[in-house]
Structure formats: structure tokens, C-alpha cells
Design a protein around this ligand. Structure first.
Ligand SMILES: [Zn+2]
Length: 86
């Protein structure tokens, strides 16, 4: 029986793990969606999440709505990054 891990544990773990489980992906998605605009330190988590949804259609489907929000925020971040030098 699969046990759900708390978010902090997933976040800790994602610094050293390469894969997410689907349930972890969902938790991470919620976290990233809520912190997207201000999370500077979560690139590893974001990478893992994006990697997971890029090869997991189930999660991609499930996340689609949240991702729209998330990508919108990310898009703003990226475009503001492009306009600054450095
Ligand atoms: Zn998945």
C-alpha cells in the first residue's frame, strides 16, 4: 500500500532523486503553482516536475488546468528575465 509523503519530504528528496511518483507530482504541482511567482530555490523541484509531466500523460492531463495558471506565471518570469541583463 502506497503511503503519501508530506510535501517537505518530497522537496527534500527531489534534490537527490530523479523521478517522481504521480502522487508526488500532484503535490509538487500544487506547491509550484502556489509558489511559482516567488520560488527562486525550487528549480530542482520544477525540473523534476516538468520532467515527470513530459513523460507522464496522466499527470499532464490532470495538471492541465493548474498548468495553465502555472505556465502563465512562469511565462511572466521568463519574459521579465529576458528583459533584464545579467
Ligand atoms: Zn505521473
Amino acid at each position: 500500500m502506497a503511503t503519501e509523503r508530506p510535501l517537505w519530504e518530497i522537496l527534500l528528496d527531489c534534490k537527490k532523486s530523479e523521478k517522481l511518483r504521480c502522487s508526488e507530482c500532484f503535490q509538487l504541482m500544487e506547491y509550484l503553482a502556489e509558489t511559482a511567482a516567488r520560488a527562486q530555490d525550487e528549480e530542482k523541484a520544477r525540473d523534476l516536475f516538468l520532467k515527470h509531466i513530459s513523460c507522464c500523460p496522466d499527470c499532464r492531463d490532470y495538471c492541465a488546468n493548474r498548468l495553465e495558471e502555472y505556465v502563465e506565471v512562469e511565462g511572466k518570469r521568463i519574459s521579465s528575465r529576458q528583459s533584464s541583463t545579467g
